[in-house]
Design a protein around this ligand. Sequence first.
Ligand SMILES: Cc1cc2nc3c(=O)[nH]c(=O)nc-3n(C[C@H](O)[C@H](O)[C@H](O)COP(=O)(O)O)c2cc1C
Length: 727
Amino acid sequence: MGAETASNHVTFLYASQTGNAETISHQLYATSVQHGHPSSCHSLDSYPAASLPTLHRAVFVVSTTGDGDPPDNALKFWRTLRKTLKNKEKPLGNLRYALLGLGDTNYSNFCNTAVRLDAMLEEAGATAFYPKGLADDATGLEDVVEPWIEGLWDALAKEVAGSSAEREVEETKPDAVDTADKAGTADKAGTADTADVDGAAAAVEALSIAPAHQRLVVDYSALAQLQKLSGAPKPPASICAITPLDTPAAAANSSSATLPPWHASLASSEHPDAFTRPFVARLGSAVRLTESAAAKRTLLLTIHPPPPPADADADADTARSSCRAGDAINIYAPNSAALVAALLRRLDCAKGDQPVRLSALDERITLPPHLQRFSSSTASAHYSLRQILLWAVDLTLAPRKQTLRALADCCTDAADRDRLLFLCSRQGAAQFDAVRRQAANIVDVLGAFPSCHVTAARLLDLLPPLQPRAYSVCNAAGDERWQVAFNVAEYALEIADPFAAAEEGMVVVRRRGVCTPWLEELAGQGSAAEVLVARRAGQFHLREREARPVVMVGPGTGVAPFVGFLEQRALEMQQAGGTPLGSAWLFFGCRSPTLDYLFHDRISSWLQQGVLSRLSLCFSRDTEARTSMGADVYVQDAVRRYAEELGRLMVEEEAVVFVCGDAKGMGPDVNLALADVLCQYAAAHTDARQRLGVVREGGGEALSRAEALEVLMCWAAEKRYLRDLWA
Ligand SMILES: Cc1cc2nc3c(=O)[nH]c(=O)nc-3n(C[C@H](O)[C@H](O)[C@H](O)COP(=O)(O)O)c2cc1C
C-alpha cells in the first residue's frame, strides 16, 4: 500500500454485488493510469479501512443491494470504518474524494450505500473534490455515469495539479496492485494497443459461422428519420491482451470441469476472512418440490461440505462445518458450455482449447481480479480461451450501452455500426430498453450484427465479471449437509415482433440462468460432482430460543430460510420438553396448492406440533383453492387482511418480522403493507403512536404512512425487521 500514501496517488475503491460498480471502477482506474496518474484499484473489503487516514485521494464507486444494504464485498470495510470513526475525531482530514453511487429507483432505499458512505466520509473530515453522482439502473446507469466520468477527469487533473505544486517528489516502487508514477509511459499504451490487435488477430480472424443464437427483435425504423445521434457513451479503454501460446494443450490447467480452474491457487489474501473463503464441496441429490404441471421447476439440492481437516484452525472449522438457519451460500458456476462454444464459433476461434497468455495491454495496469486470476503473472498454469470464457465473465447479462458503443467501433458495415450507435444513443432509449427486456446475451447481440469483428480480448474488457450465485440454506445449525431450494432459471419471453404480420406478431425467445440449470444437470448425473462454494456473511438469523413472536413472510422459494427457522424451533421445543416457544406465524404464497406448495408436508406437520402457531396461505393462480381455503392472492394482501392481529404483535408484543424473496416486487409491496398495518392499528388504538415512539407536535393519534415507514426503518436498524431480498 506504500505508494498509495503518495500525495498524487489516486485510489479507486468499489463495492459491488453483481459487478457493475467493479467494472466501472476498473475502467476508471485504467483510464486514470493512461492519464498519467499513479493509481490503484481495490474492492472495499480488500482495502484495509484502517489505512484510509493515510490516503490523500480516493474515488469510490459503490452499489446498493438487498434492502438498502452495502454489497458483500464492503461489509468488513463498513464495520471497520464505523469503528475508526468512533475512536478518533475527524480521522480522514487528509482525504479528498469523489463518489459515484449505483442503485435502482425500483427499490425503496435508492443508492443507500453511497448516501451513507458520503455522510460517513464527511463526518470523518474527508472533503469531496467533485460532486457525488447517483445513477439509476431503472432508467439506465449510463445517463448519470457517463457525464459523471466525463467531468471526473478535469476535476482529478485540477486536484493532482494542486497537490503536485505542494508535494515532494516521491520515488515509489510498483507492487502487484499499484501502478508506478512513471512520466512518459503513457505512450506505451498506444504501442501495446497495436500489439494486442495483432496478437489477438492471430486467434480471432475473419468471421463466418452463424452461431445458434436467439434472434434480437428491435425496431430500427426511427433511425432513418434521425439526422444526428446524441448521448452515446464513450467506449471504455482497451485493457486486455490475449496471445496464443505454442505450449502443448496439456499445459492448460486440467482440473475438474465443475470447478473454476483457479480454485486450487486461490490466494487467502483474496479472502482474508476464513468465514467467507471458498472451498470445495460435493453435490448430493436434487429432489423436485413442484409438480410436473407447475410453471416452475423448484429443486431441493443437498450439498455436502467437507469435514474440517484435522489441523484446521478454529475459524476455518466454523466456516466449513456449521451452518445457521438463515445463512446463504455462494455457488461458483460457469457459463453454459454451449453458450461458450457458440461464442467461440462467432469469434471464429477454432483453437479455443489452446493455452493463451492473458495480460494487460499496458504494463502499468493491473487487470481486475476476475481476469487477474487467469493472467500469466499470477496463474500457475496457462489457461485456454474457453476456460476464461467459461469462468471469468458473465455472458448472459444484457449488454450495457458502453458495450454496444464499443461493438459499434468493431463493425465493418455502416448499417451495423449505425444501429449499434442508435441503440446506445439518447434517441434509441426505447430500443435499448427492448434489448434489455429480451435479456439478450452477448451471443445474441453479436448474432444481430454480423459485421462486428470484435476480438476476444476486447470482449474481456467489456463483459462484467461472472459472480457466484447466492442461495439461502433450508436447514438448521448442526446439520452436516446443507440444503438449498431454487427455481431452475429457464424461461421463455414473448416479444412483439415489429417485422411480423399482425396476426403472428409475437416471437418467443428462451433464456437460461447461469447456475441453476447447471446444478440441475450436475445433480442429475448422480456423480457427486465437486463445486466451489462459500458462505455469505449475513444477519438473517432467528435468535436462539426466541421468546418474542416471530412473523415470517416468504412466498415461493423465499420460504427456504423459514424451513431452517422452523427446524431450529422444532429442535429447541424438543430440548425444552415440548414447551412451545413464542408464537410463530408464516405467510406463504404460491400459484396453487396442488402444483407448487413447497415443503407442504413439513409445514403442515410443524403446524400440528405447535412449532408453527399460525399459517396464512396465498394462491395467486387458483381461484377455487382460494375460495375453499380462505386464502389470499398475494402475501401482501394477507398481511393487510390481518392488520389488527399483526399490528398487536408488532406494536404491543415487539414481534420480530422476517421477509424473504423477490427484491423488486414482493419486498417493497410487503414493506408498504406492513406500514399500512401500523397505520391501521394506530388509527384503532389510542396511544399506539406513543408506544411506537412517534411524537409529533400538535398532532392527533393517526400515524401517517411516511411515519410508519420510518418506524419500520428503525426496526430494521434494531434487527426487529429483517429482510433477505434478491433479484
Ligand atoms: C437483489 C437486489 C437488491 C437491490 N437493492 C437495492 C436497493 O435497496 N437500493 C438501490 O438503490 N438499488 C438496489 N439494487 C440495484 C443495484 O444497486 C443496481 O442494480 C446496481 O447497478 C448494481 O451494481 P453492482 O452490480 O455493482 O452490485 C438492488 C439490486 C438487486 C439485484
